[in-house]
Design a protein around this ligand. Structure first.
Ligand code: FAD
Ligand code: PYC
Length: 404
């Protein structure tokens, strides 16, 4: 039992950089590490380098609010995230390292008739695909979240909610470290402070990368850089329909547990959960401007709190411990972009915006399958880049949780 609860797994020492790898993964966040892990464990492909310009999982993987759910709006989205939730449920066992997976239930509050309609729509799509979601009303909401202000005498009274029982949180660093350790123990090279500065091509084929540590040849390349997606695509020579926008969050001092479910209000632009340690993790809407930066603002905090106090007035005296921002790679239809690119041997995993932590396991598994077999699996084919040319968008804004 003691081994299970050790805070950090033992990552093998960083190996020397080689001149060539069968697979080079750009980006050492959760997605890149998970892809390396499944390449090594499922497909026996171990001559893999994960190149990370900063430190391991220091990007959005370290900055997200760790919400895991599959209550999406499009059938393609629901099926995809459902596989991820199932993988998440087995990760602590698989890693022999506790990722603090905590199933809480997820409530998306509806304050208008239109929001109730969207909640019903999501519930029906979810149930059709075997995912537990239902619309509930204030008496049931009060039972699940007794501290929530359900007064009718507020600007936006709660009329109902989409309740998604499998909604969960987990320790985000642990997820990344679990994948990193599992991959490194099987021979994957995880190279920190190694920044990709260019993509080497032979015609329309990618054959390597330029880095701050020299050129590296690669059999295949996978781009998994979230907020830097457009910058890397630019280096490779193609354009992405993505804008990078900051998303901020904050955490309070720890207090006695009082909040079991995860609560989201799209209309009020707030969401909140309580960690097993007692901190309140809170976030709001995306910043209203594109930026390649992780600057946090007073404006965000003030706006968030004004709305949060409508739901939980007794938090007025709560102290905020820290605040931060991440760079989110926003796609036009609020769905990811994965698979082939116009460059041969160059695979893409991007468009993760404000929703990609929960997808970490399924992305790893399915991107690894893509690289190993050279074929994009059915489950992720709908998310192809070419859908923007074919006008086959996958509108999932209604399930985004975060205001945009
Ligand atoms: P990252 O973890 O960002 O990893 C990409 C890595 O690429 C970075 O470490 C970066 O340093 C590296 N990199 C970039 N350029 C280069 C280069 N040139 N060379 C080498 N390396 C490079 N999602 C959810 O599902 N649930 C949530 O509750 C949630 N909350 C969020 C809250 C906030 C505040 C933010 C910002 C995001 C949230 N998200 C959430 C979204 C989620 O965090 C991301 O979609 C997900 O972490 C993306 O993982 P990744 O591995 O692709 O990216
Ligand atoms: O995707 O559930 C989510 C989420 C919540 C906050 C940010 N993203």
């Amino acid at each position: 039992l003691r081994r299970r609860y050790r805070p950090v797994p033992d990552l093998p020492p960083e190996p020397d950089l080689k001149k060539r790898y069968d697979v080079v993964i750009i980006g050492g966040g959760g997605h890149g590490l998970a892809t390396a892990y499944y390449l090594a464990t499922v497909h026996g492909i171990r001559d893999v380098a994960v190149l990370e310009k900063g430190y391991l999982a220091g990007g959005n993987t370290a900055r997200n609010t760790a919400i895991i759910r599959s209550n999406y709006l499009t059938p393609e989205g629901v099926a995809f995230y459902d596989e991820s939730v199932r993988l998440f449920q087995g990760l602590s066992e698989e890693f022999d390292f506790n990722i603090l997976y905590s199933e809480r239930g997820h409530l998306t509050l509806a304050h208008t008739d239109a929001a109730i309609r969207t909640a019903r729509w999501r519930a029906e799509v979810n149930k059709h695909l075997g995912v537990a979601s239902e619309v509930i009303y204030p008496d049931e909401i009060a039972r699940l979240a007794p501290n929530l202000n359900l007064s009718r005498d507020v600007r936006h009274p709660v009329l109902g909610a989409l309740y998604h029982e499998p909604g969960a949180i987990a320790r985000h660093d642990a997820v990344a470290w679990g994948y990193a350790t599992g991959a490194a123990r099987r021979g994957v090279s995880i190279l920190q402070k190694t920044e990709v500065t260019g993509i080497v091509k032979d015609g329309d084929r990618a054959i390597g990368v330029e880095t701050n540590r020299g050129r590296i040849e690669a059999g295949q390349i996978v781009q998994q850089v979230a907020g830097a997606s457009t910058l890397l695509a630019d280096m490779a020579g193609f354009r992405l329909p993505i804008r990078t926008v900051p998303l901020q969050a904050c955490v309070s001092l720890p207090v006695k547990p009082f909040l079991d479910p995860i609560i989201v209000s799209g209309s009020l632009h707030v969401y909140i959960s309580q960690t097993p340690r007692g901190e309140l993790v809170m976030g709001g809407a995306s910043d209203p401007y594109p930026l390649y930066g992780t600057r946090s603002t007073l404006d965000f905090k003030e706006g968030l709190m004004a709305n949060m106090l409508e739901l939980f007035p007794f938090l007025a005296e709560m102290k905020i411990l820290r605040q931060w921002a991440g760079m989110t790679d926003m796609s036009p239809d609020f769905s990811p972009i994965m698979g082939e690119t116009p460059i041969r041997n160059y695979w893409l995993d991007s468009g993760w915006g404000t929703w990609g932590f929960k997808a970490t396991p399924v992305v790893g598994k399915r991107m690894a399958e893509t690289v190993a077999t050279g074929t994009v699996p059915e489950l992720i084919r709908p998310f192809r880049l070419a859908r923007f040319d074919d006008i086959e968008l996958l509108g999932d804004k209604g399930a985004a949780s975060v205001g945009h």
